[in-house]
Ligand binder design. Structure first.
Ligand SMILES: [Zn+2]
Length: 319
């Protein structure tokens, strides 16, 4: 596997579309046996043009490209630009806006916006692992100030009856993974049940939404911020607060206004970077692809080889 130390390395290496295709081919089919994304039969033939493959199964005979069934399928953008976008998203601590990405890659802003959402889908933690041990939990509220918006935008939001602040729960396993989840209509408890093992000891603030958890988990320690108690031995919430501060700085500084329906995808992006913060940029970049490979296999199994649907993505102005 090629090692990338910088964005320049990515740009230089993928100077030809063939190299990008070969790179994806090695990631998807490391043993060289090409798997048909339509029927799942191994050992498809490579066609003369080097861009397409043909399924060996007599009933299938599907022709497909290396991007079939991936987030890059049917893209009009050169793969090199996709890869640079992935590098930028995974390396920039606070992420990158669609306007900035559009300028960096010399593409349209809408195209950049669409690329970014697909990259965020790729960064999703599909492992299904639950947090355990000491788990710090906190809630935060995300949303721009209505007063600072243009009049038309403000009217749009008021008319649609959209609550401008969206609650998000942050959960950080001490010396482990972090998760961010939009709370939506769920209770705090439901979100915690979905992400944390019962063997865990929870550390929260004294919000009433956390009451009763002591009966369901191995332990629950509430640090009482209102009485200026921020630390009691090993019981503190500094890790989750640190994670929130990066998240909020990114959301405020880079992304400005985010539609609540897209917020979970931003949560995945920030969790991804947090969870892989200790590895080098180049490794984090490669890791993004390993993630989609696992997801691809799953999608191929359940999705009958159709393009994985990126849920709810549509073009809107801005973020
Ligand atoms: Zn096939």
């Amino acid at each position: 596997m090629t090692h990338f130390k910088s964005l320049a390395d990515v740009a230089n290496y993928f100077n030809h579309e063939d190299k990008a295709r070969t790179f994806l081919e090695k990631l998807r089919w490391p043993d060289g046996r090409i798997i048909c994304p339509i029927c799942g039969v191994r050992g498809a033939y490579r066609m003369g043009d080097c861009k397409t493959y043909k399924c060996r199964d007599k009933d299938c005979k599907a022709r497909f490209s290396v991007t079939k069934g991936t987030y890059f399928e049917n893209t009009k953008l050169p793969l090199a630009k996709w890869f640079m976008a992935i590098y930028l998203v995974s390396a920039h601590r606070k992420g990158i806006s669609s306007c900035q990405l559009a300028r960096d890659l010399n593409i349209g802003q809408k195209a950049a916006w669409f690329v970014l959402h697909r990259v965020r889908e790729m960064l999703k933690d599909g492992s299904g692992t639950f947090l355990t041990g000491l788990v710090e939990i906190d809630e935060t509220y995300v949303g721009g100030k209505v007063a600072n918006m243009r009049k038309t935008k403000r009217k749009q939001i008021t008319d649609a009856g959209i609550d401008n602040k969206t609650p998000v729960m942050g959960m950080v396993q001490r010396d482990g993974k972090a998760k961010l989840q939009v709370i939506g209509k769920n209770s705090f408890k439901t979100v915690i049940h979905q992400n944390v093992k019962k063997e865990a000891i929870l550390i929260t603030d004294s919000h009433t939404g956390y009451q009763g958890l002591v009966n369901e988990y191995a332990g629950h320690e509430a640090v009482n911020h209102s009485q200026l108690e921020f630390k009691r031995g090993i019981y503190y919430t500094n890790s989750v607060e640190g994670f929130f501060s990066t998240f909020k700085r990114g959301i405020i500084g880079i992304y400005h206004q985010i539609s609540p329906k897209h917020l979970q995808r931003y949560c995945e992006e920030f969790s991804y970077r947090f969870n892989f913060r200790k590895i080098k940029d180049g490794e984090r970049f490669i890791n993004c692809f390993e993630n989609i490979q696992g997801r691809l296999t799953y999608k191929q199994l359940i999705g009958e080889g159709r393009e994985p649907k990126t849920k709810g993505i549509e073009f809107i102005n801005g973020e």
